[in-house]
Design a protein around this ligand. Structure first.
Ligand code: B12
Length: 207
């Protein structure tokens, strides 16, 4: 029986053309398995401290105002990574406003740093990307209305990634963290593939 086991490949590969085809298919499979997956990106993002992570295809942004589409920032964008961190809410109830203001400033810095770290890890993995600032700077300023507009609406980035709904206060409300989230984003170039369902873990909850 054992010797038969050793011989079966010989029978199987008898036809040289079949063997060539098999080698070719193996090569394609190997190439595909090196392609980065959405799950890998989510893993990297969670490792760097994001509490929420989701990936949207560019098509979801088709109704964005002219000039405020991810493609207007980086024409090679194929997908958009949405990130968010939970911001502790108790400072809202403090009588003194200083702690909330300070925490909010720190949340902006923390989200920017997490975005930077994820961007740089993805870059090391060979995945070209462009990070979006969590707050300033932005370019648009309407003098009459005294209204500034960010280069990309992060509320919409979160909304389109399934983080939550837009509330009456116009903030994005997540079912677990409420509106106390700081949102970040990274624009990605390159194709992504999804792991088969059986290989996903609990970490990969938001699509
Ligand atoms: C400028 C700004 C402010 C300004 C002006 C707020 C405003 N009117 O938008 C000020 C300083 C007042 C402010 C205050 C606050 N902000 Co602020 N702010 C921003 C910033 C930098 C830009 C927002 C902007 O461009 N507004 C202009 C309006 C016109 O844009 P928009 O509402 O996003 O989108 C409109 C259109 O452009 C269009 N649109 C735009 N893109 C798209 C895309 C698609 C697909 C579609 C269909 C439509 C569409 O639809 C919208 C309706 O017209 C964002 C960061 C960012 N990059 O998004 C944070 C941001 C919105 N702020 C945030 C926060 C937390 C706050 C504060 C709570 C901070 C605080 N310490 O109190 C308060 C809350 C005020 C409030 N209730 O809105 C968070 C919101 C988090 C959340 N849960 O939603 C953000 C996302 C920052 C972040 N990185 O997390 N903010």
């Amino acid at each position: 029986m054992d010797s038969f086991k050793n011989l079966w490949p010989v029978f199987f590969y008898k036809d040289i053309r079949k063997r060539k085809l098999l080698l070719y298919l193996q090569k394609i499979y190997k190439h595909c398995s090196y392609m980065i997956t959405k799950e890998k990106i989510k893993e990297v993002a969670l490792q760097h401290g994001a509490d929420l992570v989701g990936i949207s295809s560019l098509e979801r942004f088709e109704n964005a105002p002219v000039g405020f589409n991810p493609k207007d920032i980086y024409s090679k964008t194929q997908s958009v990574i949405a990130l968010a961190i939970r911001v502790p809410s108790e400072t809202l109830y403090a009588e003194n406003p200083v702690p909330f203001t300070h925490m909010n400033n720190l949340a902006v810095q923390k989200m920017d740093l997490i975005t930077y770290n994820i961007s740089s890890s993805l870059d090391r993995l060979g995945l070209k990307n462009v990070l979006i600032p969590t707050d300033d700077p932005y370019l648009y300023w309407n003098k009459e209305k005294q209204e500034g507009r960010a280069i990309l609406s992060l509320r919409h980035v979160g909304l389109l990634a399934g983080f939550g709904k837009l509330g009456r206060n116009n903030l994005l409300i997540n079912k677990d963290y409420g509106s106390m989230i700081q949102i970040g984003a990274i624009l990605l170039r390159g194709a992504l593939r999804t792991l088969p369902k059986a290989h996903r873990t609990k970490k990969h909850l938001i699509d």
